[in-house]
Design a binder for this molecule. Structure first.
Ligand SMILES: NC(=O)c1ccc[n+]([C@@H]2O[C@H](COP(=O)([O-])OP(=O)(O)OC[C@H]3O[C@@H](n4cnc5c(N)ncnc54)[C@H](O)[C@@H]3O)[C@@H](O)[C@H]2O)c1
Length: 447
């Protein structure tokens, strides 16, 4: 925490910004992270690895206990890296927000889900900002990392902090810096994904950028918090709309009996002006299915309808139904009704090689299958059980489930699995991910 210091030569007070910059440069700044989930834990680890003293804050006592035990519950961070930081005293967690009085920086990484009405649920950001405001002190750098609509930092967070009487850019510093981490990505992780940062004032941006430069490879400064907020929404909306386009292509190709995967592979040989996206059973995770709706909600307020987002949302949202129709038709061709058939789902995480089922299309597919009378089992080595209406469903051994099922469906293509051998053993298999690329058999059905 910064107290008034005078410049020896002039007797003038050293600005809070200068004192904080010095602390950041010499790694004596005490760092905080609010929200210790998929984003917060890896971020806290990166700061601690660079020699900062880091305190994580979370409202879930059980998570804090697990964190302090030295066990990493985030798959991308190994215990070999995490454990020594905890045991060495560089990293710890607490549920007590009063620790903020001791900190020099704090990153807010709390959830930003959608309400059922597809409106942003800002309650977590509001709660975290209220706690920061309660313990705000001169010299604190506050960074919001949660994905959100443009205007959140200056319209929602800033007024709470300035209500304390402290002035932004002079007494404390406020930035937005979107988190771009891609769980399960072996090449790009917290440290080597360029970090965009925009502050409320130029001094805020400067201090924020300096802070991230200590721990991350590349920092990209932008002119405002709103630009930084919009950057993340552009990235994720771009992805969601392109997936919607290619899913629509898949629906068209299905009707015209054209192999959409072969079409994409050939189109991707064009060395300019084309970027391949692949169809699938539907969107999942905490980002792509949600973030664009933050933008469409805000743009409606500005009088602009986000038509691309709504359309792509509609098409992507239909994919689980399309998958179930394909299963039903494939069974029909074998003379079997879906009702009372056994369908075995391969992979339920929302994407390859992760353990997260939030918004996973597998959950919708399983619910639709069960509603139509199918008996459903699944195998996913990363997801031991899923909660659903009517009781938990547990992952079962791959064999004999694959041989017993009337139809298998590859929903998530985790690596290290011999899908070709599975297809040989299965009575019928629907491949929604092109995991059986190049393999031909009358019992293989593709998306
Ligand atoms: N998961 C991703 O791949 C990813 C990638 C980029 C951006 N994001 C964004 O980052 C943000 C966090 O996502 P996540 O996946 O880490 O979520 P998460 O659910 O894994 O973790 C959030 C954590 O915040 C805690 N929390 C909730 N309210 C709190 C409060 N008031 N104070 C302290 N802690 C609180 C929760 O207990 C939880 O541990 C979201 O806005 C998300 O959109 C996520």
């Amino acid at each position: 925490m910064i107290s008034e210091t005078l410049l020896p030569a002039t007797g003038q007070p050293v600005s809070a910004a200068q004192q904080l910059k010095d602390r950041i440069r010499n790694r004596t700044a005490r760092v905080g992270v609010i929200g210790l989930g998929y984003v917060g834990l890896p971020l806290a680890v990166e700061f601690a690895k660079q020699g900062f003293d880091v305190t994580g804050i979370d409202v879930q006592g059980s998570k804090v206990d697990e964190f302090n035990s030295g066990h990493s519950y985030v798959k991308d961070v190994s215990d070999d890296v995490f454990g020594p930081l905890i045991r060495g005293g560089k990293l710890r967690a607490t549920t007590d927000f009063s620790v903020l009085t001791e900190l020099d920086t704090v990153d807010i990484c709390v959830p930003t889900p959608l309400r059922k009405t597809k409106d942003p649920d800002m309650s977590f950001v509001v709660a975290a900002s209220d706690e920061v405001a309660k313990y705000l002190h001169p010299g604190l750098l506050v960074m919001l990392e949660s994905t959100t609509y443009p205007g959140t930092t200056d319209e929602l967070v800033l007024p709470k902090l300035e209500a304390t009487g402290l002035i932004v850019g002079k007494d404390f510093f406020l930035c937005f810096s979107p988190e771009r981490v891609d769980p399960g990505n072996a090449k790009f992780h917290t440290r080597n994904i360029p970090k965009v940062v925009g502050g409320i004032t130029p001094v805020c941006t400067e201090v924020g950028a300096l802070f991230y430069q200590q721990s991350l490879d590349t920092v990209v400064s932008v002119s405002s918090t709103r630009v930084a907020e919009m950057v993340k929404l552009l990235e994720n909306t771009f992805r969601m709309i392109n997936i919607g386009l290619v899913n629509e292509m898949a629906l068209m190709c299905d009707r015209m009996q054209i192999d959409v995967w072969e079409v994409i592979d050939a189109a991707a040989t064009k060395p300019f002006g084309f970027m391949p996206f692949y169809p699938g059973p539907g969107l999942g995770g905490h980002c792509i299915p949600i973030d664009p709706f933050y933008l469409s909600w805000k743009s409606k307020e500005a009088g602009i309808e986000a038509r691309f987002i709504d359309l792509a949302g509609y098409i992507n949202g239909r994919m689980p139904e399309f998958v179930v129709e394909k299963i039903q038709n494939a069974l029909n061709d074998e003379g079997k009704p879906l009702k009372n058939s056994h369908v075995h789902v391969l992979g339920v995480a929302y994407k390859r090689d992760i353990d997260d089922v939030r918004e996973s299309p597998a959950l919708d597919i399983i619910a639709l299958l069960e509603r139509r009378g199918a008996r459903v089992t699944y195998t996913d080595r990363y997801v031991r059980k899923i909660r659903k209406d009517g009781g938990d469903l547990h992952s079962v051994e791959l064999y004999p489930a694959v041989e017993e099922a009337d139809c298998c469906v590859i929903v998530t293509d985790h690596t290290g699995i011999d899908y070709s051998a599975i297809a040989d053993k299965a009575k019928l298999i629907l491949d929604t991910r092109n995991a059986l690329k190049g393999k031909r058999s009358h019992k293989i059905v593709r998306l």
